[in-house]
Write a protein that binds this ligand. Structure first.
Ligand code: NAD
Length: 294
């Protein structure tokens, strides 16, 4: 048996088309500003890709690049001015930030209604209270992918390997809100294989190449590989692999590839979140609800 391949791009395309259609119904073109501090090559390339994709679906994507030496106070001043700018609907601060800047102080400073990454404590709280507004892009993108491929979530036993604020925790909340029975495993979990073998839906988000091997997977399970790991390949060239060993495709019922699985969903969801943020803001203004939260 070979697992059904749950490719990201077709699902991402549906999500993007929906975002573009909703954007076209808004009174103004939704606008996303991505703030980047420093010149980390991976961040430069991620940010460029996000801004380009925004343009492709009719959003205005702008990169606000700041030098590595930018102080925390100066970065907070930039965020404050973006919060106040009615022409900006979404603000994303590309992580990681340089070591001299406290990440949490910056994430807390973003207007929660412009927080397209969903990392502000207000949005985190709303998610856990089952009233999600803006939810982190990778977990929300995974939920869309599951829906797109008709994979049932309600009532199933879901196991997430990884408990980060970026992926594992918010995905646990989303799956719980969708009526799954959720277990979150992590680096201190005892007997990981016996935990993962219980999963009808197994999500690997640990950042460990090949961590999930065939004997850790229940036959027929759906396996979502979130991991993106750069490993050395033949001829001195590196390549990307996930957290799931390739042999798992002989046991699982369905599996996301790496690359081309969860990755494209993350970018598509960011743009969907930007449109959602714009809808929320226009709605509030048209209701005369006054200032957005600062
Ligand atoms: P992280 O390092 O913040 O968290 C990793 C989590 O995995 C931790 O909770 C840790 O306890 C757990 N873990 C690590 N080793 C483990 C082990 N051997 N057994 C069990 N649990 C273990 O990482 P993150 O930001 O959540 O990212 C996880 C992976 O997902 C990385 O490879 C990252 O590149 C990738 N990622 C992909 C996307 C995407 O769009 N596809 C988005 C975000 C992150």
């Amino acid at each position: 048996m070979t697992a059904r391949v749950l490719a990201g791009p077709p699902a991402a395309e549906v999500l993007l088309q929906d975002a573009a259609a909703r954007a076209s119904r808004l009174p103004a073109q939704p606008s996303l500003v991505i703030v980047r501090v420093g010149d980390d090559p991976a961040s430069v390339s991620y940010v460029r890709g996000k801004a380009r994709k925004a343009g492709e679906v009719g959003l205005r994507g702008t990169v606000h690049a700041l030098p590595e030496a930018t102080s925390q106070a100066d970065l907070l001043a930039v965020i404050d001015s973006l919060n106040r700018d009615d022409d900006v609907n979404g603000i994303l601060v590309q992580l990681p930030l340089p070591a001299h800047i406290a990440e949490m102080a910056v994430l807390h400073a973003i207007d929660p209604r412009k927080d397209v990454d969903g990392f502000h404590p207000l949005n985190v709280g709303e998610l856990w209270a089952a009233r999600p507004a803006l939810t982190p892009c990778t977990p929300a993108g995974i939920m869309f992918l599951l829906k797109h491929y008709g994979i049932a979530v309600a009532g199933v036993r879901a196991v997430i390997v990884g408990r980060s604020h970026l992926v594992g925790r918010p995905l646990a909340a989303l799956l719980l809100n969708a009526d799954a029975t959720v277990t979150v495993a992590h680096s201190r979990t005892h007997g990981l294989p016996s935990v993962t073998r219980e999963a009808d839906l197994l999500i690997a988000a640990a950042g460990c190449p090949g961590l999930i091997t065939p004997e850790m997977v229940k036959p027929g399970a759906t396996v979502i590989d979130v991991g993106i790991n750069r490993v050395p390949g033949a001829g001195g060239r590196s390549h990307l692999v996930g957290d799931v060993h390739p042999d798992v495709s002989g046991v699982a019922g369905a599996l996301t590839p790496v690359p081309g699985g969860v990755g494209p969903m993350t970018v598509a969801q960011l743009l969907a979140n930007t449109v959602r943020a714009a809808e929320l803001q226009h709605h509030l203004r048209s209701e005369g609800a006054g200032e957005l939260v600062r």
